[in-house]
Design a protein around this ligand. Sequence first.
Ligand SMILES: C[S@@+](CC[C@H](N)C(=O)[O-])C[C@H]1O[C@@H](n2cnc3c(N)ncnc32)[C@H](O)[C@@H]1O
Ligand SMILES: [Zn+2]
Length: 311
Amino acid sequence: MQVRFFYYSMYCSDVNAQCSKMHAMNIVAANNLACPIDKLELVQKQGCYQCVNGHCFDIAKQGYVNLLPVQHKKSKDPGDSKAMVQARSRFLDNDFYKPIADKLSKIIFKNLSDDKNFCVLDAGCGEGYYLNQLINAVQALNDERDLAFIGMDISKPAIIAASRRNKWASWVVGSNSQPPFLKQSVDVIFCVFGFHSFQGFKNILKSGGKVILVEPGKKHLQELREIIYSEPAGGKSAGKTNHDSDYTLMATHTLEFKINLESNQQIMDLLTMTPHLFRANRQGKSSIESMDSLGLMADIIFSVFEYNPAV
Ligand SMILES: C[S@@+](CC[C@H](N)C(=O)[O-])C[C@H]1O[C@@H](n2cnc3c(N)ncnc32)[C@H](O)[C@@H]1O
Ligand SMILES: [Zn+2]
């Protein structure tokens, strides 16, 4: 297994005890990748991942691996386009959604079990903003376990952008409905504004593992929706996500905060990175195109589910 040791220079804060130990954090490359064809373990060999049946998947020069075989694709270029990925990167780089990332990291830290090898998967990671923020936040933890962070998305342009954003995570092109990882190998799966698959996640979660969904609440971006739709539909209410009986809803958290967009580019980026771009009516789109500022409310629901399969 390839191990990336990630030491951070942080001395113990217990100044009175004169502790001079440098705490180490081990971020390891994922060692639970599975062949998408026969589900067997993939082992890294000279620039590719290979299973014992000889199926081989090249590691791209950016460092990611594509584990989405053609037969699992419903279209030639599934998921978000390059333009959507670039708009999302520009928008998120302003840290408008950092409060979401901060709260998500805190919830994940609360759900770290004592397992020595801990694996976190960002399912539908887009261009990697939230996983990158999580990895940055992990540096403040005094934790000496091996932690693997995987970001997976069905969109190749998204994973290319993500692998540029962060070099410590393992980035994979793959689908939430058939995630290419070994059975019972993932501790926490999180999915931000994405297309979760409770059924697909069952195939890879450890018993007692967690699924954390981050979804828009009823008031999320209401001001934008009022401009672009004649009848704006509401988002979700906390705790209303449907799930199957192998999962138990353990907690819901909500978060509300304000965002002030101060240029037309920021407004257009927000529109482009969401499904609103396709659904907006013509009049709404032209109103938005002439705006240079927009105040918005973000309203977010975090739902934490525990997976305990019936035997
Ligand atoms: C609204 S974006 C959210 C991206 C990211 N989580 C964020 O919030 O910045 C939804 C993402 O899900 C991806 N996606 C769509 N269907 C998927 C699937 N079946 N499996 C994995 N990812 C998928 C899209 O390519 C896109 O990147
Ligand atoms: Zn194989």
